[in-house]
Design a protein around this ligand. Structure first.
Ligand SMILES: NC(=O)C1=CN([C@@H]2O[C@H](COP(=O)(O)OP(=O)(O)OC[C@H]3O[C@@H](n4cnc5c(N)ncnc54)[C@H](OP(=O)(O)O)[C@@H]3O)[C@@H](O)[C@H]2O)C=CC1
Ligand SMILES: CC(=O)[C@@H](O)[C@H](O)COP(=O)(O)O
Ligand SMILES: [Mn+2]
Length: 390
């Protein structure tokens, strides 16, 4: 029997690359449901190509357009409306595996719906783990869900860890960071950065939000938090090293000094295929790493003065409770404002720092409380954006 798949965030960078991998293995996988935010034309095209039983769009108005379009095209895909619809297809009985590839905290409830239904979850949406941390990991255990990391660094660490748990002599994990498009730039140079420059990542072709996060190093901050939760690692055993080539995707160091690294071309189809088939291996479509043309593999420490977001993420994780949810909410507001031209690149870290000062987080006992904190943090961050501007 084929493995039945839902792709949340199907129209995005990870969603499209997931479909590329699935297309290589029609005998193995069946696409049951596809979702998107508001881009109904892109989702309609995917529905006509993949003929899923269900589709869902977060935007209610766009849902009407999608329904009309698919009906006119003779499609029998059932279209579910709104955020509820997206959550519903994440927990369908007739689905085995959910690829969580929505961007931002919008992915929290759909991903948790998949966890609540005990699915195998391929997690790309790191913000869900940053926002809900312990609540998410507890839910995974309680519902017997299976969690497989898709984020390239975490997928690399997952591959380098011992199969039977992290206490088998692991000293620390090392997350590699490309350094983004502004590696080596001073704080003064960063003041004039434009959105077009910021989304041009040197090694990866990704959605705009994560591309800006890579440029500020907040992506590595979010990934640091993600690694602590995923691998049950205390913050002091997770280090970050800049590696501009993005060929070593991350490493695990053992007590005897051995360092295991996972390498490959910077191509997300590799971790996607790895997570899809684990513990088996399938073709991903990614090219082989050509060692003959690899000029160098460079490693250097991050510049935390010019790029303060990494330290902010570390502080929020050390603070505990829901501080990381505040960090994430403020960052999402700041990045959206930067992409809209309403905030200077150098102010993204200030919005996050000031929001964390005003709203430290504290304890949240359930996801409703966390999402309430998330919206209060967004209000405060918007005020910061107004004050700081360009
Ligand atoms: N891209 C990459 O290489 C990597 C990405 N990740 C992580 O994966 C996640 C997705 O990233 P990426 O694919 O780059 O992002 P994109 O912006 O390319 O895609 C985001 C997807 O989420 C959908 N979406 C946006 N808002 C909502 C919403 N409110 N409700 C439901 N769906 C929504 C979008 O729909 P629509 O098209 O309609 O807007 C789209 O399908 C992020 O968490 C990112 O950090 C991790 C590692 C690598
Ligand atoms: C592909 C992937 O996993 C991204 O998260 C990537 O790591 C971003 O690159 P940075 O190392 O520049 O943040
Ligand atoms: Mn990553």
């Amino acid at each position: 029997m084929k493995e039945r798949i839902t792709v949340l965030g199907a129209t995005g960078s990870i969603g499209c690359q997931t479909l590329e991998v699935l297309a290589l293995h029609p005998e193995r996988y069946e696409v049951v449901a596809l979702t998107a935010g508001h881009r109904w034309r892109e989702l309609a095209e995917q529905c006509l190509r993949w003929r899923p039983r269900y589709a869902a769009l977060a935007d209610e108005q766009a849902t009407v357009e999608l329904r009309n379009h698919l009906k006119a095209a003779g499609s029998d895909t059932e279209v579910l409306a709104g955020h509820q619809g997206v959550c519903a297809v994440a927990g369908l009985d007739e689905v085995d595996t959910v690829v969580a590839a929505i961007v931002g905290a919008a992915g929290v409830r759909p991903t948790l719906a998949a966890v609540g239904a005990g699915k195998k979850i391929l997690l790309a949406n790191k913000e869900t783990l940053v926002v809900t941390g312990a609540l998410f990991m507890d839910a995974v255990k309680r519902h017997g869900a299976t969690l497989l990391p898709v984020d390239s660094e975490h997928n690399a660490i997952f591959q380098c860890l011992p199969r039977d748990g992290v206490d088998q002599g692991v000293r620390r994990v090392l997350l590699t960071a490309s350094g983004g498009p502004f590696l080596g730039w001073s704080a003064e140079q960063l003041a004039s950065v434009t959105p077009e420059q910021a989304v041009r990542h040197p090694n990866w072709d990704m959605g705009p939000k994560i591309s800006v996060d890579s440029a500020t190093l907040m992506n590595k901050g979010l990934e640091f938090i993600e690694a602590c939760w995923l691998f049950d690692m205390p913050p002091e055993r997770v280090d970050v090293v800049i590696h501009p080539q993005s060929v070593v995707h991350s490493m695990v160091e053992y007590l005897d000094g051995s360092v295991l690294a996972q390498m490959g071309t910077p191509d997300m189809r590799t971790p996607i295929a790895c997570a899809l088939a684990w513990p088996q291996r399938i073709a991903s479509g990614a090219p082989s790493l050509d060692f003959a043309t690899l000029a160098e593999l460079r490693f250097l420490p991050p510049d935390e003065q010019a790029f303060p977001c990494l330290a902010l993420a570390r502080q929020a994780m050390q603070a505990g409770g829901a501080a990381t949810a505040v960090l994430n909410a403020a960052n999402e507001v700041a990045v959206a404002a930067f992409l809209d031209g309403g905030l200077g690149f150098q102010h993204i870290g200030s919005v996050v720092a000031n929001t964390l000062d005003a709203l430290p987080g504290g304890r949240c006992d359930d996801v409703d409380e966390v999402m309430d904190l998330d919206s209060r943090a967004r209000d405060l961050a918007r005020q910061q954006v107004q004050g700081l501007g360009r």
